[in-house]
Design a protein around this ligand. Structure first.
Ligand SMILES: Cc1ncc(COP(=O)(O)O)c(C=O)c1O
Length: 388
């Protein structure tokens, strides 16, 4: 199908890649064992520490998708059969849990409704009973991309720390880093897991672990076998700006440029921009008279919005109309929400006209798909953006 103009890639990642990042990626590949590369790696590592608000952390960059960074987080900290605590926020927490089980860890998975975030009280209940400190790690997804729910990570960690439980805290920030406020150091996180393809405005292909001193110490004595994912190898090479194997040179060119863009805009302004677009999107959904998937007002994600349709409506049919008629890709429902929701991504390199174009495509798609709604959503979003 031929479509004029730019495609609207409004899935919740991979996101739109800025032109200057694309240009950086297109530079000729250089020697990854040469001086120019070494200097770039060192700059990138410093820049990443600012984005994760983790000046005390050690960033580790893997040539992989986010799933690889999940695996790295587990195999560097835990030993075979170790007990870990995870919370069911949606599809991605479930995939991380399934991976942990496949790797031979003993997972206690606290059940959730795929419409709410991590429940601090439920975590506290389990921890209080763990008098012998058998639980070695607590893993949580900050922004559950399958639902559009953001968990209140800092207050949850505060509770864990107040109970004096020593478990390593691991947080998946794959769809929040560079979009929603996050602070590795101040929040007391040990391992932050991240990916390139969302708030960092890069194509998929590299992923990160940001690790605390405590996590590095534990990784030196845990007994789980690993090679490709070994932090130690990475850290010793990274000190000199190199990698133990061939890195994704050209995506790193893009990362260096993306970090410059984030710095120029200012991280706090980046967060405010995401919050403003999320507010406008939620207003549009409410004015259409449709239901937002998240149940709690204080857990709405600023990087994506999920619309839950009535039973019997095929949400993928609406997405198909919007793609075919208006050249706009929206996120499909995953796992339990397959066919029931659409997810509007409003993260990364994004501005007001792009949001209004996206919301207009949705509003027209709702009409063409004969979904019962009010045609007041885009207008409400425009009013909000004008005034804020
Ligand atoms: C929150 C979250 N965690 C993990 C992943 C898995 O990352 P990847 O698909 O890059 O392996 C995703 C992917 O979208 C995600 O959104």
């Amino acid at each position: 199908m031929t479509q004029n103009g730019k495609h609207f890639l409004q899935i919740p990642g991979p996101t739109n890649v800025p032109d200057s990042v694309l240009r950086a990626i297109s530079y000729p590949t250089i020697d990854h064992r040469g001086p120019e590369f070494s200097e770039m790696t060192k700059n990138i590592i410093e820049g990443l520490k600012d984005v994760v608000k983790g000046r005390e952390s050690t960033p580790i960059i893997f040539p992989s998708s986010g799933t690889g960074a999940w695996e790295a987080s587990l195999v560097n900290i835990l030993s075979e059969g170790d007990r870990i605590l995870m919370f069911e926020t949606g599809h991605f927490s479930t995939l991380w849990k399934t991976m942990a089980e496949k790797l031979g860890f003993n997972v206690e998975y606290i059940g959730g409704d795929w419409r709410s975030g991590v429940d601090a009280e439920k975590i506290a209940d389990v921890i209080k009973k763990d008098k012998d400190h058998d639980i070695k790690a607590i893993c949580m997804v900050h922004n559950e991309t399958s639902t559009g729910v953001t968990s209140k990570i800092p207050s949850i960690i505060k509770i864990i720390k107040s109970l004096r439980h020593p478990a390593i805290i691991m947080v998946d920030t794959i769809s929040s880093l560079g979009s929603i406020d996050y602070s590795h150091d101040d929040w007391n996180v040990d391992v932050t897991v991240a990916g390139s393809q969302k708030g960092l405005m890069l194509p998929p292909g590299i992923a990160f672990n940001f690790v605390s001193e405590k996590a590095i110490e534990i990784s030196k004595s845990n007994n789980y076998k690993r090679s490709f994912w070994d932090w130690n190898e990475m850290i010793t090479n990274n000190i000199n700006g190199f990698f133990p194997y061939t890195p994704s040179t050209n995506i790193l060119f893009g990362l260096e440029e993306a970090l410059k863009l984030l710095k120029k805009e200012g991280l706090e302004n980046v967060f405010r921009r995401h919050e403003r677009h999320a507010n406008a999107t939620r207003l549009a959904v409410k004015n259409w008279g449709l239901e937002l998937l998240p149940l709690n007002e204080d857990e709405h994600s600023n990087s994506l919005t999920s619309i839950l349709f009535k039973e019997g409506v095929n949400a993928d049919f609406i997405r198909k109309i919007i793609l075919e008629k208006f050249n706009t890709s929206l996120g499909t429902g995953l796992g339990k929400w397959s066919g029931r929701i659409i997810r509007i991504g409003h993260l990364g390199d994004f501005n007001d006209p792009m949001l209004l174009g996206t919301l207009s495509s949705v509003e027209m798609g709702l009409s063409l798909g004969e979904i019962d709604h009010n045609s007041e959503g885009v207008k409400a979003a425009m009013n909000y953006l004008e005034k804020n």
